[in-house]
Design a binder for this molecule. Structure first.
Ligand code: ZN
Ligand code: ZN
Length: 358
C-alpha cells in the first residue's frame, strides 16, 4: 500500500470516492502476466462509490451521485459503436491497454513518475478519476458491494445469458466454472427461464452450491474434457442449448463444446492465455450446426443493463448479494487474491471507506 498523487478530473472525467471494489480474475491475470499490463499501475476494475467532483463538460452525473463503474466507456463514434456494438468499442480498448484515461494521459503519479490506470478505473484505491461514460448512477438502496460486482462479474455473466446468448424459457444451459462470473451466468439463465441448468466445477461442492443461484444439476470436472462433456450431456437429458465457459481454460472450452446439442452453442466468456488454442471435433460443427461464440462483457450496454440487473435484484429475481463471500478492508487485499487463487471465494469485495467496514 502506498499513497500516490491523483490529479483532478479533466474534460469529461469524474472524481469518485470509492466504497467497494471486487477482486476479479482479470486483476490476477495482470499480476501474473497472463495479460500484458502497463506498470506500475493501480489495479482494480470492479468498483462503486460516490461522485466527489466532476471535470469540465460533465453532464451525466454530479457530486453526490452514487455510481457503479463500467470499465467499457464506449466512444459512440467508432465503427463498432456505429454498428451498434458499443461493448466492442474500438477506441476504449487501445486506451485501456495504454494505461491512461481516454485522452491517453494518466492522472496518477508517485514521486514525480507516471503511474498507470487499469481498465480506465483503478478501483483498488480510496479515490479514482474515471471517464464520465464509466459512471452509471445507481439507486440509493443498492449496497455498494453489490453495485461494484455489477461493474464486472455480474454483468459479464448475467448478460452473457441475456444479451450474447439470448437464453429463452425452457432452453437447456450448462455453466463451466462456478466463480463470480459463472454463478452470474447461472442466475441470468435461471431468470430467463432456462431449465435444466447444469453447473460444472472442479469442486463438486461448489457446483452443488450453484443450486442457490438456480442451477438444477451439478457435475464435477472429471479430469478430462470428453468425459466431462459426456457427463453434462447425460445430466441435461441429451445436451444443452447454451454451454457458458467462465474459466478461460481450453480444456473447459472443449468440454463446453462437447456438451451442446444440435444447434447448441458454446459461449466462451473466460479469457484464455494469449497463446492458447482450442481443439474441437470439426465435424460436429456442420453436423448439427453447433457453434462456438465469444461473449465480452455479456454484450452489455452498461447504461441500460446495470439498471435492469439492479432492478431484478431489488425485486428478488437475481440473488446478487449471495455472490459476496468475503468482505475485507483494502489492507487485506493480498488475502483477497489468495482466496481468488485458491478458489476459496465466490467473490471477495474490498471495503474502501471506514464506514464500509464489515
Ligand atoms: Zn473483471
Ligand atoms: Zn467506440
Amino acid at each position: 500500500m502506498v499513497d500516490v498523487e491523483l490529479d483532478p478530473p479533466k474534460q469529461h472525467e469524474v472524481l469518485v470516492r470509492l466504497h467497494a471494489s471486487g477482486v476479479c480474475h482479470s486483476d490476477q491475470n495482470a499480476i501474473d502476466g497472463t495479460a500484458a499490463t502497463r506498470c506500475p499501475a493501480v489495479l482494480g476494475h470492479e468498483g462503486a462509490g460516490v461522485v466527489e467532483a466532476v471535470g469540465p463538460g460533465v453532464t451525466a452525473v454530479a457530486a453526490g451521485d452514487r455510481v457503479a463503474l463500467s470499465w467499457l466507456p464506449a466512444c459512440g463514434a467508432c465503427d463498432e459503436c456505429r454498428r451498434d456494438l458499443p461493448h466492442l468499442c474500438a477506441a476504449a480498448f487501445p486506451a485501456m491497454e495504454a494505461g491512461g484515461l481516454l485522452d491517453g494521459t494518466t492522472r496518477l503519479s508517485h514521486d514525480g513518475r507516471h503511474v498507470y490506470h487499469y481498465s480506465l478505473l483503478s478501483t483498488f484505491a480510496e479515490h479514482t478519476v474515471v471517464p464520465e461514460a464509466s459512471c452509471i448512477p445507481i439507486p440509493a438502496d443498492v449496497p455498494f458491494d453489490v453495485a461494484a460486482l455489477v461493474g464486472c462479474a455480474i454483468t459479464t455473466g448475467v448478460c452473457a445469458a441475456w444479451r450474447t446468448a439470448r437464453v429463452a424459457p425452457g432452453e437447456r444451459v450448462a455453466v463451466f466454472g462456478c466463480g463470480g462470473v459463472g454463478l452470474s451466468a447461472v442466475m441470468g439463465a435461471a431468470a430467463a427461464g432456462a431449465a435444466p441448468i447444469v453447473a460444472v466445477d472442479v469442486s463438486l461442492e461448489r457446483a452443488q452450491a450453484a443450486a442457490e443461484f438456480g442451477a438444477t444439476a451439478a457435475v464435477a470436472w472429471s479430469g478430462d474434457a470428453d468425459t466431462t462433456g459426456a457427463a453434462v450431456q447425460d445430466a441435461s437429458g441429451g445436451g444443452v442449448d447454451h454451454a457458458f465457459e467462465a474459466t478461460g481454460r481450453p480444456e473447459a472450452m472443449r468440454a463446453a463444446f462437447l456438451s451442446v446439442r444440435p444447434r447448441g452453442q458454446a459461449v466462451l466468456i473466460g479469457i484464455p492465455r494469449a497463446d492458447a488454442e482450442l481443439r474441437v471435433p470439426a465435424r460436429l460443427i456442420p453436423r448439427g450446426e453447433r457453434r462456438v461464440i465469444g461473449a465480452l462483457y455479456g454484450s452489455a450496454r452498461p447504461e441500460r443493463d446495470f439498471g435492469l440487473i439492479l432492478d431484478a435484484y431489488r425485486r428478488g429475481r437475481l440473488p446478487l448479494d449471495r455472490l459476496i463471500s468475503h468482505r475485507l478492508p483494502l489492507e487485506r487485499i493480498e488475502d483477497a487474491f489468495g482466496l481468488l487463487r485458491e478458489g476459496g471465494a465466490r467473490r471477495a469485495v474490498l471495503a474502501l471507506g471506514p464506514e464500509d467496514a464489515a
